[in-house]
Design a protein around this ligand. Structure first.
Ligand code: ADP
Ligand code: ADP
Ligand code: MG
Length: 471
């Protein structure tokens, strides 16, 4: 078993990994840059080391991180998500330097991080992919020709893209002509690669993704699916496990497809295979070769600790479960509470958390790195808290989500929490009928009234906490 792990990340995911280490008796090492000196992951890890003044450079410096890990006697690095997690060079450097990278092998990261290569591998393995490019586009003329062939609307995508960026829907040749240089420029800036490709735009699809786990002995299992159709600008807002929109046949088919995809590329560790679903047709979209933001909801419905499994797999041990051991129960929802103002086009709202009271009670889980008095730095992601609720039935989990969002007190910054209450209250959501157009189709949900104290109980709690804290 690994003994000491450096966590090459920050925020809630660093805290999540530190928690797994603590439960497994593994020593955890945090890294931080100066703006994060008072961050929770720094306080909570067994050891913490500064990587300099610049807010970002330290978190993105493979050589500095690897040499620190060796210097302080770590045997492994967990990359979390974002930052260097899907950087094949970083994984390769770890391999060369005798450190275990907690993820797949560097060549697999490389292959799946390149969306056109990933599509090729999937086609070869017999996994259906969205109709479109085979390889990257040479120029606009090729793009226009291919778009004519597959038919508009099309999606123009950055080959190395991620985080919902570098994707544009084009409904006509005119739009494609305008968007082509824009996507290239965005891809170059954000991902350091100008490569782009085209695929058919699936109109009003459901985003269904499958969590897989694979060990070094060749065992591959899936932990069922998540429905991430509630998105804004290709970024997930609310995630659901399992999808309330699948038949049992679709569920088994898509789970098996994901296992087939992972096997086809010799995948190891935790990963997610993302699909688009329309009617009964499933298309492979991409694979994320890391732990995902929304791994939490799969943990709630299956009881499997995904980060623990990641560490076990990286230690060379077999999976703790066979496919037939995996069962799911009830429904889980995750709300990505972002420090953003929904009323002001989701403008980031960084600053000091003047007052934070965590929701709790039955079926509630919170993953966050904020605390009362914490100053949210403006240099990083705006996601500041993940609220997860679980219940046996769909109607119960919605009610529980409403109640937990009401429980929470988060003052000093604007957040997306109230907006999520409006989504939960919508009839289509309650009927479990939605696709990736739900958010753009319902702009009226942004006009919610600011509810300061929705119930007397919540008010009483807040008052008691305030009194206790001496305000
Ligand atoms: P998930 O698929 O786990 O829901 P997201 O797409 O929300 O993850 O991304 C999680 C984090 O990783 C975000 O901070 C996002 O900006 C970042 N990220 C994801 N993919 C990339 C990438 N290819 N390059 C840079 N950052 C990325
Ligand atoms: P990222 O790497 O940024 O996560 P993805 O390829 O996973 O990019 O796409 C992100 C989102 O964009 C999807 O969840 C979906 O909502 C939308 N999308 C991507 N490709 C298509 C497509 N071909 N048709 C319709 N929607 C798409
Ligand atoms: Mg994706």
């Amino acid at each position: 078993m690994l003994k000491k792990i450096l966590i090459a990340n920050r925020g809630e995911i660093a805290v999540r990994i530190i928690r797994a280490c603590a439960e497994m008796g593994v020593r955890s090492v945090a890294i931080y840059t100066e703006p994060d000196r008072h961050a929770l992951h720094v306080k909570r890890a067994d050891e913490a080391y500064s990587l300099g003044e610049d807010p970002l450079a330290g978190y993105l410096d493979p050589h500095k991180i690897v040499s620190l890990a060796k210097q302080v006697g770590c045997d492994a690095i967990h990359p979390g998500y974002g930052f260097l997690s899907e950087n094949a060079e970083f994984a390769r450097l770890c391999e060369e330097q005798g450190l275990v990278f907690i993820g797949p092998k560097s060549d697999v990261i490389h292959k799946m991080g390149d969306k056109t290569q990933a599509r090729d591998s999937m086609r070869a393995a017999g996994v259906p992919v969205t109709p479109g490019s085979e390889g990257n586009l040479a120029d606009l003329d090729e793009a226009l020709k291919l778009a004519e062939e597959i038919g508009y609307p099309v999606m123009l995508k950055a080959t190395s893209g991620g985080g919902g960026r570098g994707i544009r829907r084009c409904d006509s040749a005119e739009e494609l002509t305008v968007q082509y240089p824009r996507v290239i420029s965005e891809a170059t800036k954000a991902f350091g690669s100008a490569e782009v490709f085209l695929e058919k735009c699936i109109v009003n699809p459901k985003h269904i993704e499958v969590q897989v786990l694979a060990d070094s002995q060749g065992n591959v299992i899936h932990l069922y699916e998540r429905d991430c159709s509630i998105q804004r600008r290709n970024q997930k807002l609310i995630e659901i496990a399992p999808s309330p929109q699948l038949t049992p046949e679709q569920r088994n088919y898509i789970g098996e497809l994901a296992v087939k995809a992972a096997q086809a590329v010799g995948y190891q560790n935790a990963g997610t295979v993302e699909f688009l679903l329309t009617g009964n047709q499933v298309y492979f979209m991409e694979m994320n070769t890391r732990v995902q933001v929304e791994h939490t909801i799969t943990e709630q419905i299956t009881g499997v600790d995904i980060v623990r499994e990641q560490i076990q797999i990286a230690s060379g041990l077999p999976l703790s479960y066979r496919q037939e051991d995996i069962q799911y129960r009830g429904y889980a929802l995750q709300f990505r509470v972002n420090a953003e103002d929904p009323k002001n086009d989701f403008l980031p709202s960084f600053g000091r958390v003047s007052h934070y009271y965590a929701p709790g009670g039955p079926g509630v889980r919170v993953d966050t790195a904020i605390y009362t008095g914490y100053e949210i730095p403006p240099y990083f992601d705006s996601m500041c808290l993940k609220l997860v609720v679980w219940a046996l039935r769909w109607d119960e989990v919605i009610a529980r989500g409403q109640r937990a969002l009401d429980d929470m007190r988060l003052h000093g910054i604007k957040t997306t929490a109230n907006y999520y209450k409006e989504i939960l209250a919508h009839e289509d959501f309650k009927r479990a009928e939605f696709n990736t157009s739900f958010v753009p189709d319902h702009p009226e949900l942004l006009k919610y009234s600011e509810k300061t104290h929705p119930s007397e109980i919540a008010l009483a709690i807040a008052t008691a906490v305030a009194a206790h804290a001496g305000w």
